[in-house]
Design a binder for this molecule. Sequence first.
Ligand code: PMP
Length: 368
Amino acid sequence: MAQTLEQRVYNFSAGPAGLPLPVLERAREEFLVYPGAGASVMEISHRSKAFAAIHEKAKANIKALLNIPDNYKILFLQGGATLQFSMLAQNFLKGTGKSADYIITGSWGNKALNEAKKEGETRVVWNGKDDNYVRVPKQDELDLDANAAYCHFTSNETIQGVEFQTEPDTGNVPLMCDSSSDFLARPIDITKYALLYAGAQKNIGPAGVAVAILRDDMLERVPEGQPSLMDYKLMSEKDSLYNTPPCFAIYIISLTTDWIINDIGGLAKMEALNREKAKVLYDTIDGSGGYYRGHAQADSRSIMNVTWRLGSEDLEKAFVAEAEANGLATLKGHRSVGGIRASIYNAMTLEGVQALSEFMKAFQQKNG
Ligand code: PMP
C-alpha cells in the first residue's frame, strides 16, 4: 500500500517520538544515495570522508546551537541515556571515596540513582516522592554536599512532566544532567555543566545514540581500566569512533540540528515555539474548570511533556481511544502514573497542539 502524508497522525509519543517532516523528507531524498558518496549513509564506512563530514556537521551544529566553548567534548555514545546512568558513575564516582548527590524529581532520576548506587555512595539531596513528583525543588531546599563527587539532576522528567526552569547551583561540585527529554528545546548555559547527556529519540533523532557533552577537565578524573566503550577519556580521544558508531542516527541528528538552525532560527526561537505550544495545552487544562487536572505545579510545568488526569480511569481510557480515532496518537500516560501525557517535543507543530486542544474542549462538552 502506498504510504501518504495524510496517513501521518499527530504523534504525541514520549519517545521514540515524531521527527520534523522536513528532516524525514530530506532523509528520504538522500536515502538511496548520499550526495557524493555513491551509496546510502547506512552503506558507507564510518571512516569515510562522507561520514566524517556528517559527524563534523552534527557536532558543529550542537556546538553552535548551545554556544559550547572549546573546552567541551561532544560525544555520540551507544546504550542510550540508561548506559550514561552507569557510565558517569563508573567514571566519576567509583573509587573516589566521595559520595554523589542526586536530586530526584521523578522516575528517571530514580533510575539514574539506582545505577549509581551500584558504583558507590550516593545521597539524595531532595526527593519529590512525598508529593508525588509534582514539582522541582527550590535552591534553598537542596541539602548539597560541598565535597560531593558530582551532583546529578534530570532537567525534564518525561513521565511526570516536571521540568527545571534553571539548573540548580552546585558551586564547585560538578553538575551532571540527564537532559534526554528537553535537549535542544531551549537555550541553556552549558558552562554551568560538567556533563550533560541525552538519548536522541525524543528531540533530535532516532533511537540508538546518546549525546554527551563533557567538560574536558573531567577527563583527568577518569580512572584507568574502564571498559573501552564506557570510558569517556578513550571515547573523547577517539572522537566517538573507537568502534563503529550509530552512523545513521548521527546523520539524522545532523539533519535535525540543521532544521533547528535554518528552519526554526536557533534555540531562542525553538523555545518560544515550544512555550507557545505548551501554553495552548496548559490554558486548556486551566480553563476546563477542573475537568482536566494538570499533574505538575504551575512553576514546574514541562514544556515538553504535558501530563493531566480526568475524573476517572474510564474517562481517561475513553479520552485516549477517541483521540486516537481522531488522529491524535499515543496520549496514554506512562503505565506507572496513568492519566494522559501529551509529549510535544520540538517536532510537534503548533497545529497539532491546537488540534488536541480543540479535541479536549469537545470531549469535555460531550462528557462533562
Ligand atoms: N532519561 C529520561 C529523562 C528519559 O525520558 C528516558 C527515556 N524515556 C531515559 C532517560 C532512558 O533513555 P534510553 O531509553 O535512551 O536509555
